[in-house]
Write a protein that binds this ligand. Structure first.
Ligand SMILES: C[S@@+](CC[C@H](N)C(=O)[O-])C[C@H]1O[C@@H](n2cnc3c(N)ncnc32)[C@H](O)[C@@H]1O
Length: 149
């Protein structure tokens, strides 16, 4: 239904959990290299349980390679703590791409500034950022919810 993009993910259990979220929502998981682990990683598979082998995963050498392979009208939303626009103000559409950054560093600054209009945030009180898999769950299920209203 949607496309979840993890740019340079580092922690296998996060990606495993996100794989389950993708499976549960019929979404595609896109992984942009370099990855901080092997796709054979035991922790990745454990977090994804038996489901991991069913997760539709696409691997990309770069975010540009991913974008160049999509249709011209594809829509991308960049999730960052550095935006003021709440994710729930977006009207999500089927096939949208939800782009998330790496656990330690987030998305590159130049990517965020070049795509400022497409940056969205999960408003928070009292912490610097959420766990990557938690952030994906919040936004992905809001996007799914909107398809049913
Ligand atoms: C652990 S966070 C990265 C933390 C990094 N120090 C930063 O400030 O971007 C990993 C990814 O989760 C997503 N994320 C975490 N909390 C978020 C929030 N409150 N709003 C939007 N995205 C968030 C972003 O995509 C982020 O790149």
């Amino acid at each position: 239904m949607f496309n979840v993009v993890l740019v340079e993910p580092e922690i296998p259990p996060n990606t495993g959990n996100i794989g389950r979220l993708c499976l549960a929502t019929r979404s595609t998981l896109h992984l942009v290299k370099p990855l901080g682990f092997s796709l054979e990683d035991r922790e990745l598979r454990r977090a994804g349980l038996d489901y991991w082998k069913e997760v539709p995963v696409q691997l990309w050498d770069s975010l540009d390679a991913l974008r160049n392979a999509q249709l011209a009208g594809a829509r991308y939303f960049l999730l960052t703590t550095k935006s003021k626009r709440p994710y729930y103000e977006v009207t999500f559409q089927k096939d949208d791409f939800l782009v998330f950054g790496r656990e330690t560093k987030g998305l590159p600054h130049n990517l965020l500034t070049a795509n400022a209009r497409n940056c969205i945030t999960i408003p928070m009180l009292g912490t610097r950022s959420l766990n990557l898999a938690t952030a994906v769950a919040i936004v992905l299920f809001e996007a799914v919810r909107q398809q049913h209203t």
